[in-house]
Design a protein around this ligand. Structure first.
Ligand code: BMA
Length: 810
């Protein structure tokens, strides 16, 4: 195909000409201004306040390109244009865009000339445009002011978290994050390649449907290849769209499985014309969402290739608040961290993006199932015909673009729009109006999805108790998916997680501070206090710091200093989420999924994430690897506090036998063997390995255990009867010996002379530890490996934390 790639360096200017610099495209305006030193780093200190003018301004980007022969039919191919923008070619307007989630392919033939051409994009301020659109609504459409300090984001089809969120910086960024190219239409172009699968015993039909777009009549060969098979179809086209399809028959298919359940086999599908080709990695698999009624209500379980799979994972938010600061490598690192922590699902949450193709390719390769929200979150939305038409086009494009990815197992209408009906005075006073308006939007999404991808599994909203159910899925646990926020947002104790039995908990979270090395990137030494204005600025959930602190004082003694406050907040976060996951996994198959809020951060901030901005693991992420292990042991206290139930969960396909060794730990760190038991768990089940009366744990001691399973998995943990702050802990006597290992890594040997709980090693040098956040008894040691993110000659400096030293008296 004759293509002129227009990515690269463009000239950026404010519409009034005051500011001028270069801007790479794909890229965003804020990052370009930062590089040019026109604005300070928005992530540092409280600079967010000083850069607000950027989003209140209209911006222009422009570049030149040369075209020798403009004859024929030419179009621009544009994706991720953010958002309200007019594109001019040689001063002739060729596109008026207003949806970041659509692909635009305007015909520009008449605007081109031979020789030098100029393309210009005028970005309208989202803030100004959104205010005008709100004023034009037939009635006011409320948006979440607690999440979004920048108003009226609900008017625009762009990531909703761009207007601020309870973890995001509010910048209302603008730019172009995808492709921009000039392409010549020769006979026909490929508009969409959509696949569907029909599985029968031992065979699969893969139906490939190709939509071609032509300006006029013609004939062109279309090549299909799948595995070893190649086919050529000579295809007649007419003006507009022509649809052709071909069916590949696969005998003895090798199936695609989620991570931990089998291989991620991907067959290569190619569809080509003489001028272009489209490649897709096809995973052959079946997906069902089971919602059968039962005694508790109705199930919510995924069945992949006939096997019910417990979904272990977290919620994904955009990789960065500013596109230019993200990269495929950084995102891959985050997704790999998810899999490395034994996750098999992420939820692409509805306040961000439909991610780029390579993102889902990675999920396919890694075996990370994707719960894909349509991009609507926590607001109410217009239901005017123009808005709905825009949404229908968006859904059509996104569904056709993404449906072939085996990783995507669910398409969900939105995030929390049903709950949002109760958040605003307008919708409380006139629920009928706003509910009908909601249903109009939701139905357009459902119908457009069904038309584009009839096999897609649809779920109306997250959370939802069921189809056409507009009840309170934050508290009702009998049916559907649940967002359980009572511990964080309603200030309940961690035990409260055991008061509900969700069928599938798609959100629950607890905040911590981002790790000290990350705080040091945005705060000066004088700001290292959780009540400093800078630290408060990097906390976007009103009352968040108070919640962290208040919870800490319920559970722990006051930390010695700021660094230990940060550390202890992460231990606390890990314990909260572990309490929930341990219990809900033990309820399998009643509960069939636990996706905590949230995997990653968009900038350096206190949040619910388990990965720091930059990708380092917080304590929670190390804990998640243990509590999400396919074979895991959890100690679950009974409601009356009389016994500890050891739950054994097995998410694998084989029987496992485990040996569980219980011991008592004195506060001096002496380990006294208590009991050993063997237990068996059948595939895909949860059983009770042992129940221990709490009277077996003498005062002043804690219960510890470790286990090994017949499949090689192993783990350990402890249980404190009562409260950590009541423990009269004694010095842990930790010693750390660092030696350079092979492969650029470092071996860390950690030994304890007393009881060391939640031992954490940290360094200013970014990197990954083979283990962290573990316990040691007196005389015990553990060797771990530190792998720096980037090669380093110098031995990094390490700091070591443990529970005793973080809260010592004095
Ligand atoms: C949820 C999410 C987000 C939010 C989070 C924490 O319910 O859907 O809107 O960031 O809670 O409050």
């Amino acid at each position: 195909m004759t293509t002129i790639d227009l990515s690269g360096s463009w000239q950026l200017a404010s519409a009034d000409g005051t500011h001028r610099t270069e801007m790479p495209i794909p890229g965003d305006v804020h990052a370009a201004l930062k590089v040019a030193k026109i604005i300070p780093d928005p992530y540092f200190g409280r600079n967010e306040n000083d850069v607000q003018w950027v989003a209140n301004t209209d911006w222009v980007v422009e570049r030149q390109f040369t075209l020798d022969d403009p004859a024929g039919s030419w179009y621009l191919d544009i994706t991720y244009l953010d958002t309200v923008a007019t594109v001019f070619v040689n001063d002739i307007p060729v596109l008026q865009a207003d949806n970041c989630f659509r692909r635009y392919r305007p015909d520009v033939s008449k605007a081109l000339k031979s020789g030098e051409n100029t393309i210009r994009i005028l970005f309208r301020s989202s803030i100004a445009e959104a205010a005008e659109r709100q004023a034009r609504q037939p009635f006011y459409i409320p948006y979440s002011t607690t999440n979004s300090p920048i108003p009226n984001g609900n008017m625009l089809r762009k990531p909703q978290c761009h207007f601020g969120w309870d973890w995001n910086i509010a910048l209302a960024p603008l730019g172009l994050y995808g492709e921009i190219a000039l392409k010549k239409l020769e006979t026909a172009r490929i508009e969409h390649v959509v696949t569907s699968q029909r599985h029968q015993a031992g065979e699969v039909d893969l139906i490939v449907t190709v939509t071609l777009f032509a300006e006029g009549q013609g004939v062109l060969p279309v090549f299909f290849s799948f595995g070893d098979e190649r086919v050529r179809l000579d295809c007649g086209v007419r003006a507009g769209e022509t649809v052709i399809s071909h069916v590949f028959h696969v005998e003895n298919p090798r199936l695609w499985w989620p991570s931990g359940s089998g291989e991620q086999v991907l067959y290569e599908l190619k569809v080509g014309t003489p001028t272009e080709s489209v490649t897709r990695g096809i995973g052959l698999r079946t997906v069902e969402l089971l919602t059968d009624p039962d005694e508790a209500g109705s199930r919510f379980a995924f069945r992949i290739n006939g096997r019910e799979i417990f979904c272990r994972g977290a919620n994904w938010i955009p990789a960065d608040a500013l596109f230019s600061l993200s990269s495929p490598e950084k995102t891959e690192d985050l997704l790999r961290s998810a899999v490395d922590a034994n996750m098999n699902m992420i939820r692409v949450w509805g306040g961000g993006f439909y991610e780029q193709d390579w993102f889902y390719d990675l999920c396919d390769q890694l075996g990370l199932m994707v719960w894909q929200d349509f991009q609507f979150a926590c607001n109410l939305y217009p239901s005017t015909p123009d808005f709905l038409e825009n949404v229908a086009a968006e859904v059509d494009y996104q569904a056709r673009r993404l449906i072939s990815h085996p990783s995507i197992v669910l398409w969900c209408g939105d995030n929390e729009l049903v709950g949002a009906l109760t958040w605003f005075p307008e919708s409380r006073e006139n629920r009928d109006r706003y509910l009908v308006s909601y249903d109009r939007l939701n139905r357009v999404i459902e119908q457009a999805l069904d038309k584009a991808a009839p096999d897609a599994i649809w779920w109306p909203s997250s959370p939802a108790s069921g189809y056409l159910d507009y009840g309170d899925a934050w508290h009702a646990d009998g049916s559907g998916d649940m967002h359980y926020w009572s511990v964080w947002h309603e200030n309940k104790p961690f035990d409260n997680y055991r008061s509900v039995k969700p069928r599938f908990c798609s959100e629950f979270g607890f905040q911590s501070y981002t790790s000290l090395p990350v705080i040091e990137t945005y705060a000066a030494p004088k700001d290292m206090n959780i009540a400093s204005p800078v630290m408060e600025h990097h906390q976007k959930n009103a009352g968040g710091n108070e919640r962290i602190a208040a919870t800490m004082f319920r559970n722990f003694r006051f930390p010695t200093d700021f660094a230990n406050f940060v550390y202890l907040s992460q231990v606390q976060q890990g314990l909260a989420i572990k309490t929930a996951v341990d219990f809900w996994r033990s309820l399998k198959p009643h509960t069939m999924g636990a996706l905590y809020w949230q995997l990653n951060d968009t900038w350096p901030v206190a949040s619910w994430s388990s990965l720091d901005y930059g990708g380092s693991w917080k304590v929670l992420h190390y804990m998640a690897r243990r509590f999400f292990q396919p074979v895991a042991i959890a100690a679950i206290p009974s409601g009356d506090g009389r016994e500890i139930r050891f739950s054994l969960v097995n998410d694998t396909t084989g029987d496992v036998t485990i040996t569980l060794d219980l011991s008592l730990l004195t506060l001096k760190g002496e380990r006294r063997p208590l009991r050993s038991v063997a237990a068996v768990c059948t595939p895909d089940a949860a059983v009770t390995a042992l129940s221990l009366p709490t009277t077996d744990i003498p005062d002043g001691m804690i219960l510890a255990w470790n286990f090994t399973a017949s499949n090689g998995m192993h783990g350990d943990g402890h249980h404190v009867p009562g409260n950590y702050k009541a423990l009269e802990l004694e010095p842990a006597g930790l010693e750390l010996i660092v030696s350079p290992g092979g492969d650029g890594g470092f071996d860390l040997d950690i030994a304890a002379r007393g009881l060391a709980l939640f031992v954490l090693v940290e360094s200013i040098t970014p990197g990954r530890y083979s283990d962290n956040g573990f316990d040691l008894a007196s005389g015990e040691s553990r060797s771990i490996r530190f792998t720096p993110a980037a090669p380093t000659d110098a031995t990094p400096q390490f700091r070591i934390y443990d529970l005793y030293s973080c809260q010592a008296a004095g």
